[in-house]
Ligand binder design. Sequence first.
Ligand code: AHG
Ligand code: MN
Ligand code: MN
Length: 336
Amino acid sequence: MSRVTLSRYLIEQTRSNNTPADLRFLIEVVARACKEISHAVSKGALGGVLGSAESENIQGEVQKKLDVLSNEILLEANEWGGHLAGMASEEMDNAYQIPGKYPKGAYLLVFDPLDGSSNIDVNVSVGTIFSVLRCPDHCFSQNDALGEEAFLQPGTKQVAAGYAIYGPQTMLILTLGNGVMAFTLDRELGSFVLTHENLRVPESTAEFAINMSNQRHWEAPVQRYVSELLAGEEGPLTKNYNMRWIASMVADVHRILTRGGMFMYPRDSREPGKAGKLRLMYEANPMSFIIEQAGGAATTGTQRILDVQPESLHQRVPVFLGSKEEVERVTGYHKA
Ligand code: AHG
Ligand code: MN
Ligand code: MN
């Protein structure tokens, strides 16, 4: 049987599900950029790409060289094709304007160019997360600058989302709103090849992921839930749970997509003004879209993540996502 590459999958989607040709092109370009990032990541010290860039992003985080490089790769790959009205990223304060010499298109691309920065220098999996929205008609102009408000759409409006994971294998996980497909990079072919169709997150699980070092800062419902997980067979949940925390959201979510699990980054009292650590537009929304499309669930503890109306580009949200049973349990505890 001939292998289904990402290009072929996208062309078939164009035919059978009316995926517009410019969306197909957009995904192809993002995938190409991810290949380039994968290449840079895999060179590591040989490519001189490890370490910090001596700059900070808008969230006050020190940027790694690879954060900056990955951001540039995605911008350069996507700015000229005529498929985008604008871009936004973790690494840029404001919306990125398509240079005037290039045509503009119907979509908005939002991304976390390199997720899991703290893992780069220690040779642990990192990734790229992206979300695609339509540019609202009233915001679109071939001539005028694009404002932040064009991007402030709830996650339900995403037309596509995905992530690339740069691990032992480089993979691209994609949803166009009709299931989740996983492609593995064949380095000899230079193509992403469809290796996992219609990924499903098992409804129940006995594995959870949370940064336990923040325990003393959590709110009561999370304290209760995690103490029950830790109580195992002797506790109210009457089963033993295992724990994993990679500290790269892509890697933790990828494990959950593969074998189930529960991922949490709750709000905590370290910085009371901030609603957790993860960002809504380019971390929580695309991952929640993927998880829901795979039969899992994603909430802030009190609300479905995809329903959150964003108020700013770099807004943060508490995140509980993964196997439905556990997400529903902890969400229930927030209501109790
Ligand atoms: P980024 O590297 O894009 O800033 O994201 C890191 C995020 C996410 O990938 C991960 O789940 C989380 O931060 C890890 O947080 P801790 O450092 O608290 O473990
Ligand atoms: Mn991230
Ligand atoms: Mn990042």
